[in-house]
Design a protein around this ligand. Structure first.
Ligand code: ADP
Ligand code: ZN
Length: 621
């Protein structure tokens, strides 16, 4: 057995400064060291990189990593090189000199990892070069990109199917965070993995606190969530470009360090936002999903979705960008019944553009599953983990998972929900299923609008039936009923509310409705578990020192033009601010401090810690 050979542990301690492997990492690295084919499925933040980065060092041979994004490659290579790992990347952003240097390194056998884009790898000249260099393994990162069933199909990945023919004896290992069975099978087949070790890690991310809220006042709700993470890295996802711009500007007005990011921006501006975020000069990025895969910042403490994504796969990917360092982080999802309608429209429209009748049943199923998650009132961790086909039992324990709005008891059920629902559904019936939610709500509230007067709707029996309930709350109730299929919304631009069989039954007194009290954002609720600084991760951490260490990290990252986390992650900085090592040897014992980093910046960190300790000692008690 290759696992736990002293060689593996010492390499990992030496290069990365990690003293233990995570559960699935041990097996994955073992398969790599034995030179076996493998498919490794670990959630975002699960620690996939180490699984393919460690074996080439142990085997002392070159492995080639296929990766879809240049930004992603560059960050990984920067990180490896800062650890003293011989790695490089071949991509279109290199100038001639850099390109020649990488080719020289390949020829001379100096590298253990080479990152490359798929379209470049299949170039015959590159293939020959790699064959001559004696490549030992191919690593396909983000391997779901090969599958049409995944959430990020990339046609150029398809050509990787030829690797098997061109490199007979070389092993192939695929890595992904996408867990659906179909994508998994597709990857194994397309890459023609042989006798592959299939390793699927635990899909739960216990350090993430999930909250799902009906959208009432999006800007206020977003600001409220971000307010729990002032000065920390956060990402806000919006559905449209215009919305990212509006939201970022509103957040700036409220004193947040926030910028927008979307694919329609000038590439230079986009790069600047990304660099500022990576180097900790910017806290909040408000983005479309274009901001994603290339973002490796591991200390993202909060991810807010301003609207519902189109599938739980997407949600898991995007929310999963929080807390990759394993420390507590928060994921807030705002949704409204209008979101699924909007997605349906978009799907239908793009299907028609592709010459089809409309959205495929598969797409719609994924969308409904996402919607059910939003309107559900079961433990969020349990719902997500089960969706990905795994078991979850913590929700049965007292206090549940302790890390979602449901288990933390933050959702208040409306007591007379069924009665309220009957009134709303009855009003839709009285209005002959001809109006959208705005008018239905006006009638229920007993409004005095032109439309009500013109149509004599103030004479309806359902007029003013719910006059005590505010407009945003009533709107949220309508959305929640749509989510429970007690009402439906037309798929055209008018979004007319219609009756459903379940709604008709409800009016007749059959069945029940469930409504959650939508909460208007309040000032920082103290009792909420919010990955705030009183959580266990902060136990014993001198916070002023931690901030000073972050400052030094930012300074060094700026000097080296690398993302700040490449210098040291938050876990490592917090351990420093807890143990306060004042000599280089003690610093070397901190998790995440490898030999190379100790040599490169050990003195500066120790210097800062000593300074800080001296200053504290001089302070009068
Ligand atoms: P993934 O690619 O699966 O999303 P990463 O490889 O980026 O995850 O790892 C996530 C974080 O976990 C990184 O900050 C990494 O340094 C850290 N990490 C990985 N393995 C270990 C380990 N064995 N011990 C401590 N930290 C680890
Ligand atoms: Zn829970």
């Amino acid at each position: 057995m290759a696992e736990d050979t002293p060689n593996i542990s010492s390499v990992i301690r030496d290069v990365w400064g990690f003293d233990a492997l995570r559960p699935m990492q041990r097996e994955a690295i073992g398969a790599g060291v034995e030179g076996r084919d493998a498919l490794v499925v670990l959630p975002t933040g699960g620690g996939k990189s180490l699984c393919f980065q460690a074996p080439p060092l142990v085997r002392d041979r070159l492995a080639v990593v296929v990766s879809p994004l240049i930004a992603l490659m560059k960050d990984q290579v920067d990180g490896l090189v800062s650890n003293g790992y011989p790695a490089a990347a071949l991509h279109s952003m290199l100038d001639e000199g850099e390109n020649a240097e990488v080719i020289r390194q390949i020829r001379e056998g100096e590298l253990r990892l080479l990152y490359i884009a798929p379209e470049r790898l299949v170039n015959p000249w590159v293939m020959d070069l790699l064959r001559e260099a004696g490549v030992d393994a191919f690593i396909v990162d983000e391997a779901h990109c090969i599958s049409q069933w995944g959430h990020d199909f990339r046609p150029e990945y398809r050509q990787l199917a030829t690797l098997r023919d061109r490199f007979g004896g070389v092993s192939v290992r695929a890595f992904t965070a996408t867990a659906t069975e179909r994508v998994r099978t597709d990857i194994v087949e397309q890459l023609r993995l042989r006798d592959a070790e299939v390793l699927v890690g635990d899909f739960d991310r216990p350090n993430l606190v999930y909250r799902v809220l009906p959208r009432m006042d999006a800007k206020a709700q977003i600001a409220e969530a971000l307010g729990r993470h002032k000065g920390e890295a956060s990402i806000v996802y919006c559905l449209s470009r215009a919305e990212t711009e509006r939201t970022a500007s509103a957040l700036r007005d409220q004193g947040f360090s926030a910028r927008h990011y979307h694919a329609g921006m000038d590439p230079d501006d986009r790069r600047r936002v990304q660099d500022d975020f990576m180097q900790e000069r910017l806290d909040v990025v408000v983005a479309t999903v274009a901001f994603g895969m290339g973002i490796d910042r591991s200390d993202v403490r909060c991810v807010v979705h301003a609207a519902m994504p189109k599938s739980l796969e997407h949600y898991q990917q995007e929310a999963g960008r929080a807390g990759r360092d394993g420390l507590e982080a928060e994921c807030v999802l705002l949704h409204s019944g209008a979101d699924s309608a909007k997605w349906r429209d978009l799907m239908d429209r793009s299907a028609r553009e592709a010459g089809l009748d409309g959205a495929s049943p598969e797409q719609i199923k994924l969308l409904w599953e996402m919607r059910d998650y939003c309107s559900g009132v079961t433990c969020r961790h349990a719902a997500l983990v089960r969706y990905f086909g795994q078991e979850f039992t913590k929700d049965d324990e007292p206090g549940g998972c302790g890390a979602c709005d449901v288990c933390l008891g933050e959702l208040t059920a409306v007591e007379d929900a069924t009665t309220i629902a009957r009134k709303i559904v009855a009003c839709v019936a009285r209005l002959d299923q001809r109006y959208g939610s705005g008018h239905v709500v006006d009638v229920l509230r007993g409004g005095n609008t032109q439309r009500i007067r013109d149509n004599g709707h103030d004479a309806l029996s359902t007029y003013a039936l719910l006059s005590d309930t505010s407009t945003p709350v009533l709107r949220s109730y309508v959305d929640q009923l749509v989510d429970q299929s007690l009402l439906a919304r037309s798929h055209d631009e008018y979004k007319v509310l219609r009756l459903t069989q379940a709604g008709i039954d409800l009016m007749k007194g059959e069945g029940e409705a469930r409504l959650i009290e939508p909460k208007m954002p309040t000032k920082r609720p103290r009792e909420q578990r919010a990955a705030s600084r009183d959580s266990a991760d902060w136990q014993g951490v001198a916070q002023a020192l931690f901030e000073a260490l972050r400052g030094l990290r930012r300074e060094i990252a700026g000097e080296m033009s690398v993302p700040a986390y490449i210098v040291f992650g938050d876990t490592t900085l917090r351990a420093m601010a807890r143990d306060k090592p004042t000599d280089v040897r003690a610093l070397g014992r901190i998790k995440g401090v490898g030999a190379k980093k100790l040599e490169s910046f050990g003195e500066r960190f120790v210097g800062l810690i000593s300074e800080h300790e001296d200053a504290n000692a001089q302070e009068p008690a």
